[in-house]
Design a protein around this ligand. Structure first.
Ligand SMILES: [Zn+2]
Length: 143
């Protein structure tokens, strides 16, 4: 007996493809964020409050996160360099699809282990996904 019937498999794949966008829009509504569209069809959720703010700042320890085609921040606006960096994360999410969050999590875990071994290093800078995003942002700024 096969575990997956094909309609269920299609449903699972479709869900996984839209999971990051679904999660971001849910967090955006949940946190009462202001929604606007930045270039390339990317949604920017600013001034996020409540549990969304707690997740972004309290748990993840950052001001801004990128999820699928969305950027969520507790700030009321983003500077151009930060926006460029976050757009690079959105491009990464396009490349990696549903694997974006697991890959980012593994990279963050590796960076965390490296910082434990070399305390002078910074967690954000040691994450290979951040290094990649900075390179992508550099090529975006030249356009
Ligand atoms: Zn980043």
């Amino acid at each position: 007996m096969r575990f997956f019937k094909w309609p269920l498999l299609v449903l699972v794949v479709v869900f996984l493809l839209f999971f990051n966008d679904l999660l971001a829009s849910t967090l955006g509504r949940w946190g009462g964020c202001q929604v606007s569209m930045v270039r390339d069809g990317i949604y920017l959720y600013t001034s996020c409050t409540g549990n969304t703010s707690y997740l972004i700042y309290g748990i993840l320890g950052v001001n801004t996160v990128a999820l699928g085609n969305n950027i969520l921040t507790i700030s009321s606006s983003l500077s151009e360099p930060v926006l460029l960096h976050m757009r690079a994360h959105v491009i990464q999410a396009h490349y990696l699809g549903p694997a974006y969050l697991p890959v980012f999590g593994c990279a963050q875990l590796a960076a965390w282990a490296e910082v434990k071994m070399y305390p002078a290093n910074r967690l954000h800078d040691d994450n290979i996904m951040e290094y990649w995003a900075d390179n992508l942002a550099g090529s975006l700024s030249q356009k």
